[in-house]
Design a protein around this ligand. Structure first.
Ligand code: HPA
Ligand code: ZN
Length: 344
């Protein structure tokens, strides 16, 4: 669907143009899109007892002071995902939200170890997810590339075992990533696993510089040979790294609402994403774990407009960066640029 109206014509809600703006999402954990209502529905379906009375009790529990507070709840909640249908439903609900918010291309993460550790087969997880992604391409016009993350609090050996499980499905996976508890688990812990993944033809990305130091961004780049850095906001403390990011146009997948919910920044007015944009760093906007952090793509853009006075040129540049940083082929990139430039 194309949008002929200019942003200024969407006047009833001054921010509604951000919903209409064609968007691309490069940093989204499927397990982090599990909404409280679906959490309850799946708990009933799979006969799992939750430590919450109702949806509002779940929402009340979503108060975090650091990454680990969130991860403890996120891993607990993911236990309701059991069958292929559960993984399909989770992914499909996210994709419907993308359709509603004019997100045309997505590169979601999934965490197989969160499920295989509980005895769920790798095939159950990946088949449910990829069936929904394939249906979305056909029925919703949303293209995608899937990224498999390793949990960095687990061992190198466990990451290697996960890569082995993935080998029959390499045609469905574009890249490997690295997530979970950052501090004390530097990227180089996984240098050999990432080297093997690259040998298998996979691209690489890694969370670095969310809570961890700028040094972790350097090692993600130099040791893991990433094509993008996930988060990366702590780069601002290292002028040499900022110069490198500018020169190389290494993309950062920044997640504004996540960063304020996890107290990486005390308040959205202190977020540095637009400072990085002005410096010429290839920053992008993403939702990370939208059901936990208070919003999907549109709400993340709206937060930047409200708290940082982001203007239309900046919003357009942020989407252009996402298209450029995506793993789509040139033909799809041209389609996405055409959609964007027809809009703004
Ligand atoms: N950081 C690290 N690991 C994660 C995150 C995050 O924001 N979300 C899900 N796993
Ligand atoms: Zn993340």
């Amino acid at each position: 669907m194309l949008h002929s109206k200019l942003p200024s014509e969407h006047c009833s809600n001054p921010l509604s143009w951000l919903s209409q703006l064609p968007k691309v999402e490069l940093h989204l954990h499927l397990e982090g899109s599990l909404e409280p209502q679906m959490l309850f529905d799946l708990a009933v379906r799979n006969h799992i007892k939750l430590p919450y009375e109702n949806v509002s009790a779940v929402k009340k529990a979503f108060q975090f002071t650091k990454l680990q507070d969130f991860l403890d709840i996120y891993y607990q909640a993911a236990k309701v995902l059991v069958t292929e249908q559960d993984f399909y439903d989770l992914t499909w609900a996210y994709l419907l939200k993308c359709k509603e918010q004019n997100v045309y291309h997505v590169e979601p993460f999934f965490d197989p170890q969160t499920h295989t550790e509980r005895g769920i087969a790798f095939s159950t997880v990946i088949t449910g997810i990829t069936s929904a992604l394939e249906d979305a391409e056909k029925q919703l016009g949303i293209s995608s590339e899937l990224i498999m993350c390793f949990l960095r609090h687990l061992s190198e050996e466990e990451a290697f075992a996960t890569l082995t499980l993935a080998e029959p499905y390499l045609d469905k996976i574009k890249a490997v990533g690295l997530d979970s508890s950052e501090k004390g688990h530097p990227p180089e812990k996984f240098s050999r696993v990432f080297a093997k993944a690259r040998q298998l033809g996979l691209l690489t990305v890694a969370h670095a510089g969310e809570e961890g130091p700028a040094e972790y961004i350097w090692t993600a780049i130099n040791d893991l040979k990433v094509a993008r850095v996930d988060h990366g906001v702590n780069a601002i403390h290292d002028p040499k790294l900022i110069d490198y990011l500018k020169e190389s146009q290494m993309p950062l997948t920044v997640c504004p609402l996540s960063n304020t919910k996890l107290k990486v920044f005390a308040d959205m007015s202190e977020h540095t994403i637009l400072d990085l944009l002005k410096l010429g760093v290839c920053v992008t906007v993403n939702s990370d774990d939208p059901s936990y952090f208070g919003g999907y793509m549109t709400e993340n853009f709206e937060a930047l407009a409200t708290s940082l006075n982001m203007n239309q040129d900046q919003a357009r540049k942020l989407v252009e960066n996402s298209i450029e940083a995506s793993f789509c082929n040139d033909h799809r990139k041209q389609q996405l640029f055409a959609l964007l430039h027809r809009y703004v």
